[in-house]
Design a protein around this ligand. Sequence first.
Ligand code: BV8
Ligand code: ZN
Length: 253
Amino acid sequence: MGTDDPVDDDLASLVEQAAERLRSVRRVCCMTGAGVSAESGVPTFRGVGGLWQGRRPETLATPEAFDADPEEVWRFYLWRRELLKECKPNPGHYALADLERIVPEFTLVTQNVDGLHPQAGSREVFALHGDIWIDRCTRCGHEARATGDDLTSIPRCGACGAMARPGVVWFGEVLPTDVLSGAQEAVARCEIMLVVGTSSVVQPAASLADWARANGASVIEINPEATPLTASADLAIRAPSGRVLPAIVQQLA
Ligand code: BV8
Ligand code: ZN
């Protein structure tokens, strides 16, 4: 990556430092947020203009909003599914799938619901906040993967006909216990935790980096912006993940 651009040289040395650290360990955990999908064209949650029809996503992604107006909440999710149909994994997603093959013990934890990590080839993904492509029945709990063919009508349960809801974890809802405990176990075991593309605001995901550090891991943050995690990170690489992750993998390969 060495060029005569001082910014690039600085980035190149940070990438080398990250690769150096990763070469010396066996167990790595990576947690991603919406920023890792930004370069795929997926809007981030709190990014500039992160509004939908004048409303903040956080006010739509709640059970109360769904109970009050299921049609409006479905319009929000069907709009995101429509957007996602055109989005493909970016080099950052593919680099994380490569890391799963290169690092002896690699675990990927994501807050994202877009399904781009498995699409890029990541085999083991702890999806803390669920999957936007799952329809879950509000009556019998039956789950089905949406095909994306019909993005205008509210999905109904194939088993009992009741209205479905998106298979995501809303604000105020508990995370799936098996997924969260699996993620916490991997975080406690890892020697390095990569935190990529998250504003580190949403709990309990945002506390996983502290849990990693409490168990002796070092933390590397990859994010063009500073976050509440930056000050305590052992290494902070202030650049887009689609650029940094492939560069790190290139150094390791
Ligand atoms: C819960 C699914 C128990 C829906 C989402 C303390 C303890 C426990 C709970 C709380 C607590 N404090 C507050 C709470 C409540 C709440 C919470 O955390 N609120 C926040 C707003 C303060 N937490 C919960 O409700 C959780 N439930 O804890 O249950 C409980 C139950 C009842 C009462 C109390 C406790 C459930 C949280 C799950 C919510 N569901 N998603 C959907 O998607 O529609 S969260 C949502 O935010 C998305 O999943 C998103 O991924 C996630 C986090 O946001 P980020 O991923 O960080 O995205 P963001 O836009 O914020 O940032 C993007 C970042 O990328 C930026 O930093 C940007 O700089 C960077 N970036 C941009 N471009 C790039 C880039 N980085 C790299 N490369 C680039 N190119
Ligand atoms: Zn049903």
